[in-house]
Design a protein around this ligand. Structure first.
Ligand code: NAD
Length: 380
């Protein structure tokens, strides 16, 4: 079978779905790999490295999509700037598309694949099980995002993170508040602690308290008797009363923070608003907020997608694609997630989709012209 890797067309996307190291492994498994020319360049992988690893370089996107049995991408499909066609239309009927898709948020995406009879796997829907951990692209990319969020915020603030005792006096450590203790939030906590900050974390899942403590963070707990976590470990949508109580609890902590990093998401829903305009107004001038949930509606009322804005003297970063800013490592990890998934669904260069397999069931969104995923079907 032929695996194709098109160049990403989403603006600002520097990652690439396969890196040379993974190309040679796929060759050994019996796949042929075609890479669009320059696809890996911005992530630090020139064509020559792909050729050395056994890939063929294709000149135009039409060949890359048209000859593929399997299309591997980072980003969800969009309109192709050169061919003025929806990217999925460039794929052959019966081929398999694998990329991040966020089909619970972009609700029409699974139907578009089904209409074109292109099978689709969403890398962000890999079940969070021990067996599937090595394929979990949501975690690999969130980990990198959590790290980069801290580095970016640190770069925007006129303060240092650690306590510093100098002959000229003592500098107090920076205060960082993190909203959401999932994969990204915990990595942000670890990174901020390593830089010497004092870190507070709030999450609606009381289960995350222990993890926050083990990484040296202080947990801000909103007391409730309601079950805040679903059977898969994801947050349930909080009630307006809960969110109000949470805002009252964190107001003091938010207004005293030097940096706030928000990562709170609820699968398939708009991100909860946690940092209000009133909080921003009461923060110290020169503080920084980085809203990692900006793509999904934002956790901060005043953040703007893709921009750094200044409101009431506070810098608010709405960076949409943090992993792309660390494209080399983000691509390496993503490519290994893909390799592990392909190893799970293939044998000697051929693919067998078993819709009843637990991992496939979780991430297959369209198959043979139908939407097949239960979570997506439940939305409609
Ligand atoms: P996510 O990206 O969906 O959400 C980020 C965090 O935001 C979550 O911790 C969530 O509880 C929190 N949140 C939601 N609403 C909030 C609010 N109002 N205030 C504060 N926080 C709020 O989360 P994720 O990183 O994808 O992790 C989801 C779950 O999956 C976690 O339980 C995590 O431990 C688990 N997980 C398991 C595996 C595995 O077993 N292989 C791998 C990764 C994650």
């Amino acid at each position: 079978l032929i695996i194709s890797v098109p160049k990403e067309i989403t603006e600002g996307e520097k990652r690439v779905a396969l890196v040379p190291e993974v190309v040679s492994k796929l060759n050994k498994h019996g796949f042929q790999v075609i890479v669009e020319n320059g696809a890996g360049l911005e992530a630090g992988f020139p064509d020559a490295q792909y050729i050395a690893a056994g890939a063929r370089i294709a000149e135009g996107a039409k060949e890359v999509y048209g000859s593929a049995d399997i299309i591997l991408k980072v980003q969800k499909p969009s309109d192709h700037p050169k061919y003025k066609e929806y990217e999925v239309s460039l794929a052959r009927e019966g081929s398999l598309w694998i990329s991040l898709l966020h089909p619970l948020f972009y609700k029409d995406i699974a139907g578009k694949f089904a209409a074109k009879k292109v099978d689709a796997i969403a890398m962000d829907m890999i079940p969070r099980t021990t067996l599937a951990q090595k394929m979990d692209a949501l975690s690999s990319q969130a980990n990198i995002s959590g790290y980069k969020a801290v580095i970016m915020a640190a770069n925007e603030i006129g303060k240092i993170f650690p306590l510093m005792m100098t002959a000229a006096g003592t500098v107090k450590p920076a205060k960082v508040l993190i909203m959401g203790a999932g994969v990204a939030g915990l990595q942000a906590l670890g990174t901020a602690k390593r830089l010497g900050a004092v870190v507070e974390v709030s999450d609606i899942r009381p289960q995350s308290k222990e993890e926050v403590h083990s990484l040296g963070g202080r947990f801000l707990e909103v007391e409730t008797t309601a079950e805040m976590q679903d059977e898969r470990g994801y947050a349930k949508e909080a009630s307006p009363e809960f969110l109000q109580k949470q805002k009252e609890l964190i107001f003091k902590h938010a207004t005293e923070a030097d940096i706030i990093i928000t990562t709170a998401l609820v699968p398939g829903k708009k991100a909860p608003t946690l940092i209000t305009g009133e909080m921003v107004k009461n923060m110290r001038k020169g503080s920084v907020i980085l809203d990692m949930a900006v793509e999904f509606g934002g956790n901060c009322e005043l953040s703007e997608p893709g921009k750094i804005v200044e409101k009431f003297g506070v810098k608010i970063i709405g960076e949409m694609n943090l992993p792309s800013l660390v494209a080399t490592h983000a691509s390496e990890l993503y490519a290994r997630n893909l390799l592990n998934l392909l190893e799970h669904i293939s044998k000697q260069g051929t693919i067998t989709i078993n819709p009843d397999d637990e991992i496939v069931k979780g991430c297959l969104v369209a198959y043979k012209g139908e939407i097949v995923n239960d979570r997506i079907k439940a939305l409609n």
